[in-house]
Design a protein around this ligand. Structure first.
Ligand SMILES: *Cc1c(COP(=O)(O)O)cnc(C)c1O
Length: 421
C-alpha cells in the first residue's frame, strides 16, 4: 500500500491511483500499457502538450549549469530573461515581477502587495472584494478570498472576512457592478480580486468582458486595486493571451502560473505596477516586501518558462487555439441539443455544460461516475459536480477531440439509461 496522501482525493472511495509512466503531447501512458487523452491539461496546467522537446531541452541544458540559488541578494539569467519577456508581453503599466512557485502563492503575494501598498502609503485599508464561487487556491489566505464551499467549510472559523459580490449572471450583471460601487464608496476596500471571464474550480462559470471593464472603472474611481488572478485563464485559455486583454483593461496586479512553464515545472509570478512597487521602495527596512518561498525564481523552472514563451513565437499557437475553439464550438452545439444538458457555455478553449441532476453541486453523485466511465474509455475528464468541461492542451488533434466527444456522449447515454455505475 502506498503511503501517499493525494490532493482532492477521498482515499476511502478511491483507494487506487493510476500509475503514469510517460507523457507526450495530449497523452498519458500508464504503467499497465493504457493511453489516456488528457482532456483537462493535467489540472489546467498544460498548454503546448506534455514533454515538448524544446522545453525538455531547455531544462536539460539549464540543469548542468545552475540548479537553484538563493534569490534574495542574488539573481540569474533565466529569471532576468523571463521577467523582461513578461514585462514585454503584458501591459506597459506592469513593470515589476515577483516570483513564487504556485498559483496560491502568487495570489497570497498579490493580497500582501495590495494591503502593504495602503499601509506603507500611510492610508491603511483592509477590505478585499471577491466574487461568489471564486477559487483562488487552497492556502488559508486564498481560501478566505474564495467562495464559501465544501472546499473550505471545515476551516471557516479561521478564514478572514471578505466582501463577496454576487456572480454576474447573464442579464443580472448590473447587480454585481452596483454592489461593488456601493462597497467601494466606503473607502476601506484595498482590492478587488477576480478570475477574469471564467471562474474555474467554482464550476467553469463564464461572464463577459464588459463586466470586467465596468468593475475596473469602479476600481479606478475609488482607488481600489484591481487584482487579476489569471492562474487558469492566462496563456491563451480564454482565446487571447490573457483574459483581461478581451476587456482592454490592465490590472494593477496580475497572478500567473499553471501554463507559464506550459505545465512542466512549478513556477508562478505576480506582476505589479510601478506605483505599488514604489510604496515598498524606501531606505526604511521595515517597508521591505517580506515574502519568499525557498525556491523563488528556481532557474530550472525559469528555463522551462522561457522555452515555453519562445514557443508562442516559434509555433502557430494562436492558430491552434482558434482551431480548437472552432472544433469545441461544433461539439458544444451537439451537446446543447441533448435534453439532458443545460447551460452549454464556451470561452476560448474552455467548453462546459451541466447535466440535469437532482443533486447539483460539487458533491453531486454523478461526478465520480463520469470520471470513472471516461477513464475506462481512455479519456481524462474531472467533472466539477454535474459540470462537465473540456480544457485540453492546444496540440489536441481532431481525432482526439472526436474521441472525447464520443466518450462524453456514451457517458451521457449511460446516465440517461441508468446504466452508469
Ligand atoms: C489553480 C488555481 C489557483 C491555485 O494554483 P495552485 O498552483 O494550485 O496553487 C489559483 N487561482 C486560480 C484561478 C486557479 O485556477
Amino acid at each position: 500500500m502506498s503511503a501517499i496522501w493525494h490532493p482532492f482525493t477521498q482515499h476511502a472511495l478511491m483507494p487506487e491511483q493510476i500509475a503514469v509512466e510517460r507523457t507526450e503531447g495530449a497523452y498519458l501512458y500508464t504503467r499497465d500499457g493504457k493511453r489516456i487523452i488528457d482532456a483537462i491539461s493535467s489540472w489546467w496546467v498544460n498548454v503546448h502538450g506534455h514533454n515538448h522537446p524544446k522545453i525538455v531541452a531547455a531544462v536539460r541544458e539549464q540543469l548542468g549549469r545552475l540548479d537553484q540559488v538563493i534569490f534574495a541578494g542574488f539573481t540569474h539569467e533565466p529569471a532576468e530573461q523571463l521577467a523582461a519577456k513578461l514585462i514585454e508581453i503584458t501591459a506597459p503599466e506592469l513593470t515589476r515581477v515577483f516570483f513564487s512557485d504556485s498559483g496560491s502563492t502568487a495570489v497570497e503575494v498579490a493580497l500582501k502587495m495590495a494591503l502593504g501598498y495602503f499601509t506603507h502609503r500611510g492610508k491603511p485599508r483592509s477590505g478585499i472584494a471577491t466574487f461568489e464561487h471564486a477559487y483562488h487556491g487552497d492556502t488559508v489566505g486564498t481560501m478566505s478570498v474564495g467562495g464559501k464551499s465544501v472546499f473550505n467549510a471545515a476551516y471557516e472559523p479561521l478564514l478572514f472576512d471578505v466582501h463577496r459580490l454576487p456572480f454576474p449572471d447573464k442579464g443580472a450583471e448590473h447587480l454585481t457592478i452596483e454592489a461593488f460601487e456601493t462597497l467601494a464608496k466606503s473607502g476601506d476596500i484595498a482590492a478587488l480580486i477576480v478570475e477574469p471571464l471564467v471562474l474555474g474550480a467554482g464550476g467553469m462559470l463564464m461572464y463577459g468582458p464588459e463586466v470586467l471593464r465596468a468593475l475596473h472603472t469602479v476600481c479606478r474611481r475609488h482607488g481600489v486595486l484591481f487584482i487579476a488572478d489569471e492562474v487558469m485563464t492566462g496563456w491563451g485559455r480564454t482565446g487571447t493571451r490573457f483574459a483581461c486583454d478581451q476587456a482592454g483593461i490592465t490590472p494593477d496586479i496580475i497572478c500567473l502560473s499553471k501554463g507559464l512553464t506550459s505545465g512542466s515545472l512549478p513556477l508562478a509570478v505576480t506582476l505589479s505596477t510601478e506605483d505599488i512597487y514604489q510604496a515598498f521602495y524606501s531606505p526604511d527596512r521595515a517597508k521591505t516586501f517580506f515574502h519568499s518561498s525557498s525556491f523563488t525564481g528556481n532557474p530550472l523552472a525559469c528555463a522551462a518558462a522561457n522555452a515555453s514563451l519562445a514557443l508562442w513565437d516559434e509555433e502557430p499557437v494562436m492558430e491552434r487555439i482558434q482551431q480548437l475553439h472552432a472544433w469545441q464550438a461544433e461539439a458544444l452545439t451537439h451537446f446543447a441539443a441533448r435534453p439532458d444538458v443545460e447551460n452549454a457555455r464556451h470561452t476560448g478553449t474552455i467548453m462546459a455544460f451541466d447535466i440535469r441532476v437532482d443533486d447539483p453541486g460539487y458533491l453531486s453523485g454523478i461526478g465520480p461516475k463520469l470520471y470513472r466511465f471516461s477513464l475506462e474509455h481512455g479519456v481524462l475528464l474531472r467533472p466539477l459536480g454535474q459540470t462537465l468541461y473540456m480544457l485540453p492542451p492546444y496540440c489536441l488533434s481532431r481525432n482526439d477531440l472526436d474521441a472525447i466527444v464520443a466518450t462524453l456522449d456514451r457517458a451521457l447515454d449511460a446516465v440517461r439509461d441508468g446504466t452508469l455505475e
